[in-house]
Each structure stands twice: as C-alpha cells, then as structure tokens.
Design a protein around this ligand. Sequence first.
Ligand SMILES: *[C@@H]1O[C@H](CO)[C@@H](O)[C@H](O)[C@H]1NC(C)=O
Length: 602
Amino acid sequence: MIGSFSDRNDLETKARLILDEYNRQSSEVCFKSASANWNYAVNINDDNEKIKLRESLENVKFQKESWKNISSQFKTRDSFKDAVLNRMFQKISITGMSAAALPEERLKEFQQIKSTMTKIYSTAKTCAYEDRSRCNLSLDPDVTQIMKESRDEKKLRHAWLEWHDKSGVEIRKFYKPYVDFSNEIARTTNFSDAGAFWLREYESDTIKEDIEQLWQTLKPFYQQMHAYVRAKLGETYKDQITEDGLIPAHLLGNMWAQSWEHIYPLVVPFPEKASIDVTEQMKQQGYTPLKMFQISDEFFTSLGLIPMPPEFWKESLLEKPKDREVVCHASAWDFCNGKDFRIKQCTVVTTEQLVTVHHEMGHVQYYLQYKDQPLVFRRGANPGFHEAVGDTLALSVTTPKHLKEIGLLDESTPTDDYQTSINFLLGMALKKIVFLPFGYLIDKYRWDIFDGTVKETEYNAYWWKLRKEYQGVKPPSVRTEEHFDAGAKFHVPADVEYLRYFVSNVIQFQFHRSLCKEAGQYDAQDPLKPLHNCDIYRSKAAGAKLAAGLAMGSSRPWPEVMKVMTGQEKMDASAIREYFKPLEDWLVLENAKLAQTPGWQS
Ligand SMILES: *[C@@H]1O[C@H](CO)[C@@H](O)[C@H](O)[C@H]1NC(C)=O
C-alpha cells in the first residue's frame, strides 16, 4: 500500500529515475537487435540468421530481467498520480510478462519457427510457364510482374499455383506450432489468446464490433465495384465468369487480389480520357529509385515536416541487390537510437511504387516525430495510424493536380472534367475500396484460428470460406488441406498483425479530409474543391496539424491523438464515402445498364 502524499511523490521520483535508466538500456538493446535484424534482412544467410536470433533472444532476456527488477520495487497497477507514468508501467509490464512467458529453449524454438517461415517466403523460387525446367523466378519482381501484366489466363493460373505451392504449402507444417506458441505467450500475459493480444493495441473493448460496423457501411460500395469489374473482366476472359458471381482470384492483377489497379486498362470507364498512370513519364524522365525517395522527401519538407537525416540516405537499401538474397517486402526501420532510420525496398520505377515510397517514408516521418518520447511510447497511436501517414500524403501526391505540378503529367491534359474524374476515382477505388475486405479477413482468419474456432484440419477451407464471403473471389483450382494459401501472403508467415491496414485505409481519408480543410483545399459546399482533387503540397498549416499528432507517439490513447489531427475521436467511414461519392453514384447507374446484380453466392 502507498502511504502519505509525500511518500507518493518520493515514489514517483524514484519511479522516474528507474524508468529513465530502463529507457536508456532498452534503447541500446533495441539498437543491437534492430541492427542484427537489418543485416539479415538485407543479406539472408545462415550466419546472419544466427546472429539475428541471438540478438533477439538477448532483447527478450533483457525485457524479462528488467521487468522482474522493476515489478519487485513497485505495485504497478495505477499506483501513481501521474497518468503518463502509469501508462508507461502498463506497457513495460506487457513487454516484460510476454518476454518471461517461455523458457529459453522453447523461446529459441519459437523464434526459429518464425524465422524459417519468413525465409521460405522470402527465398521461394517458382518455375516459368513457358519452360517448366527454368525455376528461378522470385516473387519480386518476376511473379509480381506476370500477375500484373499478363492477360493469358493459363499463364496467370500457372504463376498463381506455383507461388502458392512454393510458399504456402512449404510453410503449412510450421503454422500450428506457431499458433500454439503465440497463444501460450498471450495467455501467460493475461490475454485470452494471441488475437486478443494483438487487439490490445487498439485500446477498445468494442474494436471487433467497430471494425465489422465499418465494413458493413462500406460493403455495398465494394459490391458495386465487384459487380462492375466482374462484368468488364467477362469481356476479356470469356468463359471465366460463371453463375456463382465469384471472380477467379488470379485475374485481378495481383497475387492476393488485394489491389486491382493493374487491370485498370481492362475496366477503364472512359478509355478515350486521360489515365493517371504516369509510369511511362517517370521512365522517360529517367526516374531512379533514389529520385523517387527524393521527391517524397521534398513533399514532406514542403509541409514543414522533418527531412530524412544523412544516415537515412547513406544506409537505406533502395534497390534489389544482385549478389545476395534479401527480404524484398518493403519496410521502414527505427534503430531506437534517435539517429538511424532506414528503408529497405526493392524499388521499381512505377506509379504504384511511388505510392509505396511515400507509404514507407510516412513510417520514418513518424519515427522522427516521436523520437524524443521514451522508448515505450515510440509507437503509432495505434497500429493503423502508422500505416496511414504516408498513404495520407500519397492521396495528395497522386492527384492529377499534383502530378502536373511536379511535371509528371502534361499541363495540357484536361483533368477536371467529369469523365476524367470518374476514371481517376475508379483507379483509386481499385486500390482503396477493393483492399477493404482483404484487409479485414486476414486477421479475422487468424483471430478465429488463435481462439480455437478453426482447427488445423480446416486451415485452408476456412481461408477460402472467408475469401469467398468477404472478397467474392474463388481459387483457380481445387484447393485441399495440403495447401496453405494464407501462408502465401507475407504477413502470415512473418507474424505481422494486419488489421492495421484496414484501419489505415479508413482513417487516412479522415486525416486527408482534415488536412485538406486546414490547407484550404477542400470545401464540401464548393464543387470546384472536391476532396479527391485536394493537394496539401506546401501547406505548413496542414503539416503542423499532422506533426502535432505524430509527435505524441503512443503516449496517449489513440482517440486523443485523432482528436488533435481531425477533431474526431472515432474511426468513421464518412470521409472515404465523401471522397468516392461521384464514383459510387456512377457505378450504381452503370451496373444497372450492364444488368449486373451486385453480390455473389459464397
Ligand atoms: C553478407 O553476409 C556475409 C556473412 O555474414 C558477409 O561475409 C558478406 O560480406 C555480406 N555481404 C554483404 C554485401 O554485406
């Protein structure tokens, strides 16, 4: 029990000192572990894997010991007057308890399982369609490019099946042990299962219901998109669209059918009007990966945000090296020392990757903004916030207005007439709206596995049940329980929570709307200033509003951070609906003309 007031103050002073020391030491341990992780991710080999596993073990041991030490000195549950102090203790306690959950040998086994799954995924090679004995195709860039560019149904089918065989099938046997280990850690840490453990970061008891609610609000729009695209695809792939109304997953321009932007040419509403894919322009103008990052940096600094430090430019890996295996999946890195921040991306010069560049730069901007917070608060307000920063800026960058401004779109191209706007919005919806059911189902799938609803014998059947139900897509061949098609998506073997991307896709439009108002670029009453054509470039006011939220890190519950950035305290689908309103209206009429009934039999 805590006694008198002055005892309390003494206790808080002592607690602060201990936390300062913890903060200093854990930053060092984190730096070492991040460095070892980085060295492995940019140079996959057995030596580097060993070092990586050793360092991450050291990190866990440190957390365990620290927590033992700290918790022996304080009764931590809300013992302090200072809410920030309580929040810090609460976060350290979760880290500490989960670090202590497994004995060292079993922890090693768990780390090894995770590392093996990611390695299988990152180094998988598939065989070519034209020559089945040539088996040197990587996901990035080879298979991705086939999925994106080929319009040959058989070739697409082959690429899809190859990838799912060479990644998912190989990963399957590791997944059940991974699930068991994850649950054990979560339960020792007082969560019901690993799904609940992930969801803790959203700090809400109703998060699952809130997400379902958001999805229900957006589903009718998704179904309109689905119906329209299905009708258009039926023109290209004559016998592929059948009675059930489901779209074959290999025909949508992306391995996971999570973004359909690459089939834009097959579905463009007004083909004679301008398209906003500026890939050709970028190539003609001699864009390089480095130049794409410089362009992005310039956009951030035009808002008064923090420029990338020299270490970033020196140490980042911006192109795929030829002499070694790397984890190509793009990522941004915080080395916990307030100085080193890097991006690893196998960048290709395309409009799509220009958006990815902004996405990753958004992570680093967040790291820079909260770098002076104590280490435990150097996180997104919730995981979705972290994913939303770069995407929010990219909503401005990819407007025709901005592309003209930076010389990627010819000044004379007319862009604000109705038909060009519909083309543009459809292109955006092929990314943002189409992604929503996918962004939701990946974790719905894993929540239901973690909590025991779905057994190992149903891993693949359940995956396809959700994909049919939510996305309205079906596999290109019969699937069985030898397959593990969820494992063919990076975040599943890599143990990365995925709800963050769904949340990001919703809240980035709330951020965009708020920053656009701040920049004087959006007015709901003014038809000449629609939300989808807003560009916040050079608005210091918008930048300041964004920075104020980012700098808070996770030191306050996310609704408070959102309030700073948007004036709202809830996730809300109204901004995304507002942005796409003209397209949604157009789709309803167009589908009626095409005699398409939205929906499918799942
Ligand atoms: C990759 O790692 C190996 C073994 O640790 C090392 O010898 C080699 O120099 C590294 N390659 C690069 C390019 O860093």
